[in-house]
Design a protein around this ligand. Structure first.
Ligand code: C2E
Ligand code: CA
Ligand code: CA
Ligand code: CA
Length: 274
């Protein structure tokens, strides 16, 4: 019908209705997936630029929908955050990641993504403590990746909550640095152990002098604040060379390896560098 032409109000409302419906279906299916144990973690290595050893793995959620196939976390994490499902899902991921890592050779760390919604929920330190106790993983082998968006609605509690986590002896990384929040003031208020340079900068590294200059300055900032540095989304050998020349500590990305199922991790580590 004419009134459903693109740009018309009715077209817009129809499209909006579709989006809302998809979201509701997604939420319902996600709840079911959590209850039925249909979520999985994959693990992607971080590699030291000093000696090219694997230092640890980042845990990444995977959801293989029974009808629609794999759904990206970019799509289902926001749904989980808005519905509150992220609390249950995040706690599962934390527990599962620690159980896996407890079986890995000793210095290897596991990094778990933590949503700002989880940080603001009171029980995160308890959940972390529980995951460590149940798995027997030493606290220093667990790293929590937190994005700077946690500071967008910063309240007096935010920094205190991060300190409460830090007191457990786990490492805390600042994820996706440079993409979210424009103020650097929070860097003075909380001592992150690690800074992760977002893929957006790495992607431009070889083609844009500005991107290289931004990366150089992020690295200098991190070093002066005694944070270690990881570059994300590293796909090409030339990116590795530039990051090495600029003094980045670690790289993560398809160049070293794509994320892999848990069962492949130990063999990957044993074969690494051969
Ligand atoms: P992130 O934390 O920035 O994770 C890195 C993303 O980059 C992952 O996407 C990873 O598969 C992808 N990646 C790694 N190396 C490369 C590369 O060389 N090139 C390209 N193009 N991509 C690369 P993924 O697994 O789809 O996850 C997307 C986002 O979903 C994550 O971004 C994170 O924000 C969120 N996420 C994933 N798992 C969890 C989780 O357990 N909890 C929470 N709260 N968020 C999660
Ligand atoms: Ca991350
Ligand atoms: Ca990231
Ligand atoms: Ca990212």
């Amino acid at each position: 019908a004419k009134s459903h032409a693109p740009g018309s109000v009715r077209f817009f409302v129809a499209r909006l209705g579709e989006q809302v419906r998809r979201r509701l279906v997604l939420e319902r299916d996600l709840r079911e997936a959590i209850e039925r144990g249909q979520l999985e973690l994959h693990f992607q290595p971080k590699v030291s630029l000093r000696d090219w050893t694997v230092t640890g793995f980042e845990a990444l959620l995977r959801w293989n929908h029974p009808e629609h196939g794999p759904i990206s976390p970019v799509e289902f994490i926001p749904v989980a955050e808005e519905s509150g499902l992220i609390l249950q899902m995040g706690e599962w991921a934390l527990g599962q990641a620690c159980l896996e890592a407890a079986r890995w050779p000793d210095p290897l760390q596991v990094a778990v993504n933590i949503s700002p919604v989880q940080v603001m929920a009171q029980n995160l330190p308890d959940a972390v403590q529980r995951a460590l106790q149940r798995s027997g993983l030493a606290p220093h082998r667990l790293e929590l990746e937190i994005t700077e968006s946690v500071f967008i609605n910063e309240t007096r509690g935010t920094v205190e909550r991060l300190h409460a986590l830090g007191r457990l002896g786990v490492q805390i990384a600042l994820d996706d640095f440079g993409t979210g929040y424009s103020s650097l003031a929070y860097l003075r208020r909380f001592p992150f152990d690690t800074l992760k340079i977002d893929r957006a900068f790495v992607r431009e590294l070889l083609i844009s002098r500005d991107a290289r200059s931004i990366v150089r300055n992020i690295l200098a900032l991190a070093q002066s604040l005694r944070m270690s540095t990881v570059a994300e989304g590293v796909e090409e050998p030339m990116q590795v060379s530039v990051l090495e020349a600029e003094g980045c500590d670690m790289v993560q990305g398809y160049y070293a390896s794509r994320p892999m199922p848990a069962r492949d991790v130990i063999e990957f580590v044993l074969n690494w560098g051969e």
